[in-house]
Each structure stands twice: as C-alpha cells, then as structure tokens.
Design a binder for this molecule. Sequence first.
Ligand code: ADP
Length: 250
Amino acid sequence: MIRVENIVKSFGGFRAVDGATLEIAEGSITGLIGPNGAGKTTLFNVIAGNLKSDSGQVLMGGEDITGLPPHELFHKGVLRTFQIAHEFFSMSVRENLMMVPAGQSGERLWKTWLNRRQIAAEERKLARKADEVLEFLTISHLAEEKAGNLSGGQKKLLELGRTMMVDAKIVFLDEVGAGVNRTLLGTIGDAIVRLNTERGYTFCLIEHDMDFIARLCDPVIVMAEGHVLAEGKADEIMQNEDVIEAYLGT
Ligand code: ADP
C-alpha cells in the first residue's frame, strides 16, 4: 500500500533518516521499532507530510505522494494521529470528533453558504457518526466529558476515534501506548485490531512496548541509525542478533 524508497532527511549535517526503504502491506498492522534516535519519528513525519525529505520517494499504490501536505494526504485516506490540541480541551469528546471532517476538509467555509436546516441536518449526521465511533471504542459514557478531563489513555482512544470520522485507509500511530495503563492499553489494542479486521484499516505504529508490538504487529520493522535493520515477525525480531546489538548499543 505504501512504499518508502531510499528516504534521506538531514538536520544540519546529521542524517536522521539515512536511506530508509520499506513497505507497508495493505491490511497489515506494521510495527516500527528501534532504539531512541533511530529516525522513526522523522520518517513518520516525512511520510505523513509534516517534514520534507532531502531525497527519496513515498509511493501509495504506485502513486507518488512524496511531500504532499497533510490535508492532501487526508483526502487520500492517509492519517496520522496527533495529540489533541489544548484549544480543544474545553470541548466535549463528541464535539472533538465532530470537528474532524469539518476542520480538515475546508467544509466549514463552504457550510456558511448552506441554509440553517441543511446545517442542522449535517450536524445531526456528524453527531450520529460520533456516537457510533464512541460506541465502537467503548467510551460512550465519555461523550459529554470535556476532552481536557480525559486520562492519557482515554485521550489516545479519542485520537484513534478521530481517524474513524473520515474514511481512513492507513493510519500512522506514534507511541499510542506511552504512559497508558494496562487496561486502557488493552482497549486501545482491541480497537486497533477491530479497525483492522472489521474496517480494513492498515496501520503503521511506532511503539516501545514490545508486548503490545508482539500482540498486534506483523510484520515488525526495526530501524537503527536512520535505516531499516531488520524485518520479520515479532518473535524472530526479538532473537535477531543485529537487533539485540542495536538496542544494547544505545
Ligand atoms: P526516533 O523517533 O527513532 O527516536 P527521531 O526521528 O526522533 O528518532 O530522531 C532521529 C535523530 O534526529 C535524533 O538524533 C534526533 O536528535 C534528530 N532530530 C530529530 N528531529 C530533529 C530536528 N528537528 N532538528 C535536529 N535534529 C533532529
């Protein structure tokens, strides 16, 4: 689905991503791991349109999507989750979900030209969709809660929920498990698996929690020093000597 070819991205004279080549197969939950500083986040930023690479290509189903800005990728179903911005903390969880399609597609401007009845119908449709998403994520009870009052894990679920408000094809998740308690991590993992199996989402996730990776991801791609060091099933990867050495070396 996504092919990354020989991506290079330097900061000053330092090559944070140094010729990374990898593939994310359609329908997979691909894990991206590696020691701190391996270049994982930088590569995500390049793929998701948040950073321009120095060279290399990102292809989606053969189409060159290198350097497209996030809103254009959004329309192609390529989404990256982001922490909920502070200005949305005082809005309810449901309102946060309802903002997604409007905020991203420029619909809000267009909407001002619609008459009130149409607007109300649109809003009802969005609210229904938001409620379906909350039910799917088993957090319907939080619909009216202010986003700012959610725990870290609940915020991650909301971030995942935001991708469900639009027709996502591939979702990039950056450390969805960081600082999340075990129970919620289980709920997040279940949601990812269900989105994958029931809705056909492809995932690529950066994660440090190896149990989480082993449970969800196949394949696992290991990055070190800006390029891909190994790829395989989680248990193979964990026994790979080059991988062990890369982790020990940091
Ligand atoms: P990872 O996500 O694997 O921990 P990163 O992609 O965050 O790795 O970082 C790779 C390397 O690039 C690190 O050495 C980091 O310090 C450096 N780096 C990342 N972003 C920047 C930046 N904006 N400016 C300078 N150096 C950066």
